[in-house]
Design a binder for this molecule. Structure first.
Ligand SMILES: *Cc1c(COP(=O)(O)O)cnc(C)c1O
Length: 477
């Protein structure tokens, strides 16, 4: 593609994207397709001869777009709502063109140092001390994997050389988290060779927070049995209900026990920027490692996970391995090479989008959007609480509301109530105007409304509410 052609197609695509970002509401949030539709619309093999870009774009519009779930739609309330903001999109465009591979400082001084600078900016916005060094990974799952790998490195002598399998003299290890911790913690212990059974899930209280007393007992019991408590994962904003584990008490316990504390704040971490929400974060500065996902609630296009660690030297101890062909003079002089802080060698230029997003919005702009999202969620929670046909199933500390319909005048068994709410969710989502997801809370099927998209307004939340109410009336008939 020569540069004249690139300009032509590039301008056309910029127009397309501008219209999409402003008008994604034209599309149903959930696509009206069946499994296999996309596959069936495409040839089984790649073309033998190159095709004109117009034809490719035409097929993109005809086949791909109708099968998209529109995460960038203001009616997207499922899972955790996210936004690819315009400055973030433009940064990705540039990053693709620059094609930086920042394994070594030398292979991209700019990407290496911008990662440091943008993460330092974010760290200050979050109110974390300078002792936390940051690194960008793709997802929180990978951030937590690295946290637990570092904890393993710190707790098990020689694990890098000898591993865990078949070793004598090393007791069983244990990792602790609440029953509401994310499944990525399970996957990390499996992958690290600890075994799924090494993960001890601690029961939560009535507000879905890990019970510190039970954690303390579990650690003591395991120590008495000769096991090695490796790490505690506290969640700040759990995935189902966004509950907040008692961070300060957990940090105290970890300090006394000499156990690595990892705080999973993938979604809620950015709320540390809001003074009114700081109390949730008391004690997180004592953690060994923290993960916060700007791709979740900081308007940065997927993917970008910020990992902060007080002991990045341990991460390096676990992962640094420099083959001869990657030796550099700067490396020998102690310059930061990003390949040393993780599994992957190659790294893309993710910091560019974080830097552009932070500069575009400014701290006050980011705080204003976060506050607005929390306001919208609280508004919706108020409607739920005021309506006798609905009930809230969890506190709403941030921008996610967990609730269900419980139509008055119907005597539904718990199982029937679950089915009722499943049907309600399907009906609401079939509208194409909004998309909500579900979870289970204390065994009950719960609906979740997560506010997090930049262009979500009162009208979108009101539309969700209107659909929920009208379908509840219809289904209860
Ligand atoms: C979303 C989420 C994750 C997983 O995030 P990825 O970046 O998709 O891996 C982990 N923990 C919590 C608490 C989350 O909310």
């Amino acid at each position: 593609m020569d540069s004249a052609e690139f300009r032509r197609h590039g301008y056309a695509l910029v127009d397309w994207i501008a219209e999409y970002l402003a008008g994604s509401e034209r599309y149903p949030v959930l696509p009206r397709v069946s499994p296999g539709d996309v596959r069936a619309a495409l040839p089984a093999t790649a073309p033998e001869h190159g095709e004109p870009f117009e034809a490719i774009v035409a097929d993109f519009e005809r086949i791909i777009v109708p099968a998209l779930t529109h995460w960038n739609h203001p009616g997207f309330f499922a899972y955790f709502a996210i936004s690819a903001s315009a400055p973030g999109v433009l940064a990705e465009f540039l990053a693709a063109a620059l094609n930086q591979q920042a394994m070594l400082w030398r292979t991209s001084p700019a990407a290496t140092e911008l990662e440091e600078v943008s993460l330092n900016w974010l760290r200050a916005l979050l109110g974390l001390p300078d002792a936390f060094e940051g690194v960008i990974y793709d997802t929180a799952s990978i951030s937590s994997l690295h946290a637990l790998a570092a904890a393993r490195e710190a707790a098990v002598p020689g694990v890098r050389e000898y591993g865990l399998a078949g070793r004598t003299g090393v007791g069983k290890v244990r990792v602790y988290c609440s029953e509401h911790a994310h499944s990525s913690i399970d996957k990390a212990v499996m992958l690290l060779g600890l075994g799924h059974r090494a993960l001890r899930r601690i029961a939560a209280d009535e507000r879905f927070r890990m019970r510190t007393a039970l954690l303390r007992d579990a650690v003591a019991e395991d120590r008495a049995a000769g096991m090695i408590p490796l790490a505690v994962v506290a969640t700040l904003g759990t995935t189902s209900t966004t509950s907040v584990d008692p961070i300060a008490a957990t940090a105290d316990l970890c300090r006394r026990e000499g156990v690595w504390l990892h705080v999973d704040a993938a979604y809620a971490g950015v709320a540390a920027m809001l003074p009114a929400y700081r109390h949730h974060f008391d004690g997180w500065e004592a953690a060994d490692s923290i993960v916060v996902n700007p791709h979740k609630w900081l308007f940065t296009p997927f993917d970008l996970s910020a990992f902060y660690c007080r002991r990045m030297d341990v991460v390096r101890q676990a992962f640094a391995l420099v083959p001869e062909y990657l030796e550099t003079a700067e490396g020998a002089r102690g310059v930061r090479n990003l390949m040393d802080t993780g599994i992957q060698l190659g790294r893309r230029f993710r910091s560019l989008k974080l830097w552009m997003v932070l500069r575009h919005f400014g701290a006050d702009g980011l705080r204003a959007v976060l506050e607005e999202h929390i306001r919208l969620a609280q508004l919706f929670a108020g409607w739920i609480d005021a309506d006798p046909d609905f009930e809230r199933l969890a506190p709403t500390p941030f921008s996610v509301v967990c609730f269900r319909a419980r139509p008055q005048g119907t005597a539904l068994t718990p199982a029937e109530l679950d089915t009722f709410n499943e049907r309600l969710l399907d009906a609401v989502n079939a509208s194409g105007d909004v998309f909500l997801s579900h979870t289970r809370i204390d065994g009950a099927f719960a609906l979740r409304l997560a506010v997090g998209h930049l262009r979500t307004t009162d009208a979108h939340v009101a539309r969700a509410w209107e659909l929920l109410r009208s379908h509840t009336v219809r289904l209860a008939r």
